[in-house]
Structures are given as C-alpha cells and as structure tokens.
Write a protein of this length. Structure first.
Length: 253
C-alpha cells in the first residue's frame, strides 16, 4: 500500500496540501470561466482507461494541463479548490520559487518527488508564484505527471506558442466588475455570523470600491475584528473604512 508524504516532506519541496472543503458556490466568475472549470472536474471523474480505449494514449500523455490567468486575488486558488471539491480529489499547492532549485538536476528531482506524492493521493497539483515566461519550460517538465496540473499566472499575455500547444485549457480570472463585486459582498455578508446593522449595502460598497474578491474578504474580516473589539455591530462605516484601507494597501504595493 502506498504511503502518504508527510507535511514536512512536502514543505521541504515548497508544497503543501490545501483544505478543499470550501463551497464551490462561493466562486464568482464569468460563466465561460465556470464552464471551463467544470470541464476540468469532469475530466478527473472519467475512468483512467478512456484514453486507452480511444487510442489516444499513443499520441499524448495521460495528464491534463490548465492555465489559470488573472490578477492576484481574483479566485485562482479558490477555483482549484472547487475542482478538488467537485472531483473529490485532494489539492497540493506548489510554490515554484523553492521547488525550482539553482540547478536543472535539483529542479527535476524536486518535481519528481512532488509527482510521486501527488500520484499516491491522486491529487491535483496547483503551481503558483511563477511567471508566464517560464510556463513552457514548466509544462515540458510536467509531462511525466498523469494527473491534473494547474499553473496560475497573473496574465496570459506573452505566452509562447510552445506553451499554448501543451495546454488543454486556459481559464480567465478577470478583475470583478461592479455586478460581480456586489455578488461577492452579498455572499460574504450573508455568511458572516456576527451582529450587524440593518443598513449594510452591498450595492454601494461594490460601486465605490473596485476591490478583488480576496481584498473584499480581507476588508470584511478586519471590519469584523474591529466590530468585535469595540463591542459594536458590523456596520457600513466600518466596512467603508476597511475597504478604503485595502485600496491604500494596493496603491502602496
């Protein structure tokens, strides 16, 4: 029986398991992006013999490669978690900085150990903190891995022809527009289990603060902590203050 790699072993490779109990319904993305995510999850639920039965295994490897492209905070990691939830597969996040060593041999060795760990658990691999210029090289190194590997980048512009030819799908994660922000505020406020005022206005917050989903979540979390610390209900004043702080943090980065 195959053993499972320990968290310490994974961390030494720049990898860690991510909890996949997040509700996929919390995702707020364009319909086209949601459809592509579901296709990836559907592929994972197909019997492994399908490619052999179709005769395609002679021409391509058994893995699937997807690129998630969009600014930080737009839901790439959460989408990978959703695929894990839909397909009932664990998710291993790989930070490319420590995983890729100074020497080619070191990088190949690290990746092979990650592939073994993921194969033991039939896990999805999510590669983060890379840049689009290195995507083609990474995709070539991923050829031995027979599962789903997702590469998350800030944008797909500049993706070379070699990289495109090795991808099975590209999922876009745009900055949320006002309607999407209103939906995100609404879902997060509805899920918050704390005392709050009756006049919280997700529409106004969405209109006035062009934040990403991750920034909205952080603003709400800080506002909730402030409310608890001051012994007051969560109110619009606190939410606006924290949303403005998130914009200042972004501009200072």
């Amino acid at each position: 029986m195959a053993t499972t790699s320990s968290e310490h072993e994974l961390m030494a490779l720049g990898a860690r398991r991510i909890n996949t109990d997040t509700d996929p319904e919390e995702l707020v993305l364009p319909e086209a992006s949601m459809q592509r995510l579901r296709r990836l999850a559907d592929w994972l639920t197909q019997p492994p013999s399908v490619l052999r039965e179709w005769g395609l295994h002679r021409y391509i490897d058994g893995g699937l490669r997807a690129l998630f492209a969009g600014p930080s905070g737009t839901g790439k990691t959460m989408a990978a978690i959703a695929i894990g939830r839909w397909s009932k597969r664990p998710l291993i996040r790989v930070d490319l900085a420590p995983a890729t060593g100074k020497y080619i041999g070191e990088t190949e060795k690290n990746l092979q150990r990650i592939f073994v760990a993921a194969g033991q658990e039939q896990a999805i691999l999510l590669f983060e903190n890379g840049d689009v210029s290195g995507t083609g090289v990474l995709l070539r190194r991923l050829e031995p891995f027979e599962g789903l590997a997702i590469i998350a980048v800030d944008e797909s512009a500049g993706l070379g022809e070699d990289a495109v030819s090795r991808l099975d799908g590209i999922v876009d994660f745009p900055m949320p527009d006002e309607d999407a922000r209103r939906e995100i505020w609404g879902k997060l406020l509805a899920a918050a289990k704390l005392a709050r005022s009756d006049n919280l206005d997700a529409r106004a917050l969405a209109a006035d603060y062009p934040l990403t989903g991750a920034e909205i979540l952080r603003a709400l979390r800080i506002a909730a902590l402030l409310a608890a610390g001051e012994g007051r209900p969560l109110d619009t004043e606190l939410l606006r203050h924290c949303a403005e702080e998130r914009l200042k943090i972004r501009s200072a980065a």
